[in-house]
Design a protein around this ligand. Structure first.
Ligand code: NAP
Length: 345
C-alpha cells in the first residue's frame, strides 16, 4: 500500500483525497489543514485524519480533531500530493519535502515546470516512473495534451493553433471574476502552449486565451494541421469519423452529441450529475461530435474541460508512477475503474 498525504484541501485537494480513498493500493494517512473552514469541518466529520499546517489553536477551538503537525504527517507517508495555491508548492518543497529523503512529491499545474517532471498519464506516464518530484500539469494543459497526443499517435501533427476560452474562477469562489467582461490574455503565446510542450515536446502548439464570466468549464477551440499524406501519416488523411472513432476509444476523452441536447458546458455539467458522478464532476475531456471537421489538412474541433476535476485521475496515476509502478496502462485502468470513468473502447 502506498501511504499518501495531501497538503492543501481546496478545490483540487479535496477531490484528490476522495480519489485516493477509492484506490485498492493506497492508504490515505491524512490531509493538512491550513486554516479552519467548512471544507476542514466536513473532512473532520468524515473522520479523515487532519494534520495542522500551523498552530492548532484555531482548529481545535472549532472542534477539529487534530492528529498532529505537518511534520508528523510527512514522517509517516511515502508520497505527498501538494494541492496548495501556486508558488506554495515550491515553498513547501524547499521548506519541508526535501528534508525527507525517501518522500515522493506530486505538485499541481500552478507550479512552474522546473519543480518536477510534467505528467499526463496517457501521454508520458513512463517518464515519471520512480521520479522524486512529479508535476501534474494544469487543467487546460491536461485537456490539450490528452486529445493532441491521441491524434498525433494516429496521424502525426504538423502544428496546432488553439484558443482557450477560460472560466473566470471556480464555482465556490465568490470573490473573483470577471463578472461582466471578457478579458484577453495579452501574452503571446499564452503560457498553455509552452506548457503542453513540457509533456509533448514534439508538437508545435501555439495558444491564445481569453477569460470569460463563467465558472463551469473551460472551452478550447482547436485547429490542428496534419502532416502531408505520404510523409508519415500511415498512408492517408483521416475523415472526421476516423478521428471520432479514435477519440471514442481513447481513455479520458468523451465524445458528446449536440443531437442529445448537449449544446454547451451547462448541459455537460448537468449530464455529469445525471450520470451520478461524484460531486457532479466530469473528469473526461468532452469533444463535440458535430463540431469536429476536416478542411484539407486541417482538423477542427471544440472541447470542454472541467477544470476542477480533470486532473484528479492524473494525480492518482502520478502517485503510482512516482512510487515505481511500471505499468502505466494498468494504472490508468485501475484509476478509471475506481473513479467511474468511461471504459476504453
Ligand atoms: N481550481 C482549479 O480549477 C485547478 C485546476 C487544475 C489545477 N489547479 C492547481 O491546483 C493547485 C491548487 O488549486 P486549488 O484551486 O485547489 O486551490 P484552492 O482551492 O485555493 O485550495 C488551496 C488549498 O491550499 C491551502 N493552503 C493555502 N496556503 C497554504 C500554505 N501556505 N500551506 C499549506 N496549505 C495552504 C488552502 O487552505 P486555506 O483555504 O485554509 O488557506 C486550501 O486548502 C494550484 O496549483 C492550481 O493552479 C487548480
Amino acid at each position: 500500500m502506498y501511504r499518501v498525504g495531501i497538503i492543501g484541501y481546496g478545490t483540487v485537494g479535496k477531490r484528490v483525497t476522495d480519489a485516493v480513498l477509492r484506490q485498492p493500493d493506497m492508504e490515505l494517512v491524512g490531509i493538512s489543514a491550513h486554516s479552519y473552514n467548512y471544507r476542514i469541518d466536513v473532512a473532520n466529520q468524515k473522520g479523515i485524519p487532519i494534520y495542522a499546517m500551523n498552530d492548532i489553536t484555531e482548529l481545535s477551538g472549532n472542534g477539529i480533531q487534530v492528529k498532529g503537525s505537518i511534520k508528523n504527517l510527512l514522517s509517516n507517508i511515502d508520497v505527498v500530493v501538494d494541492c496548495t495555491p501556486k508558488k506554495i508548492g515550491k515553498a513547501n518543497k524547499e521548506n519541508y519535502y526535501v528534508n525527507y529523503p525517501n518522500l515522493k512529491a506530486i505538485y499541481q499545474g500552478g507550479e512552474k515546470a522546473e519543480i518536477g517532471k510534467s505528467f499526463v498519464a496517457q501521454c508520458n506516464y513512463n517518464e515519471s516512473i520512480g521520479q522524486k518530484h512529479v508535476r501534474v500539469v494544469s487543467c487546460n494543459t491536461t485537456g490539450l495534451a490528452r486529445t493532441l497526443h491521441t491524434i498525433d499517435t494516429h496521424w502525426p501533427i504538423q502544428r496546432v493553433r488553439a484558443t482557450l476560452i477560460r472560466r473566470g474562477t471556480d464555482p465556490a469562489d465568490s470573490d473573483r471574476g470577471p463578472i461582466n467582461a471578457i478579458v484577453p490574455s495579452l501574452e503571446l503565446p499564452s503560457h498553455h502552449g509552452p506548457d503542453v510542450r513540457t509533456v509533448l515536446p514534439n508538437i508545435e502548439v501555439f495558444t491564445t486565451a481569453v477569460v470569460v464570466p463563467t465558472t463551469l468549464m473551460h472551452m478550447h477551440n482547436l485547429s490542428v494541421d496534419l502532416k502531408e499524406v505520404g510523409e508519415d501519416t500511415k498512408g492517408k488523411m483521416p475523415t472526421a469519423d476516423d478521428v471520432i472513432e479514435v477519440f471514442k476509444k481513447a481513455p479520458r476523452i468523451r465524445v458528446v452529441k449536440s443531437s442529445s441536447g448537449i449544446i454547451s458546458t451547462a448541459e455537460i455539467m448537468e449530464y455529469a450529475k445525471d450520470l451520478g458522478n461524484h460531486r457532479g464532476d466530469m473528469m473526461d475531456i468532452c469533444v463535440w461530435e458535430k463540431g469536429l471537421g476536416i478542411h484539407g489538412k486541417e482538423l477542427f474541433y471544440a472541447q470542454a474541460v472541467h477544470q476542477e476535476s480533470n486532473i484528479v485521475p492524473e494525480n492518482i496515476d502520478a502517485i503510482r508512477a512516482a512510487m515505481g509502478f511500471e505499468d502505466g496502462e494498468e494504472s490508468i485502468r485501475i484509476t478509471n475503474r475506481t473513479l467511474g470513468l468511461k471504459e476504453r473502447g
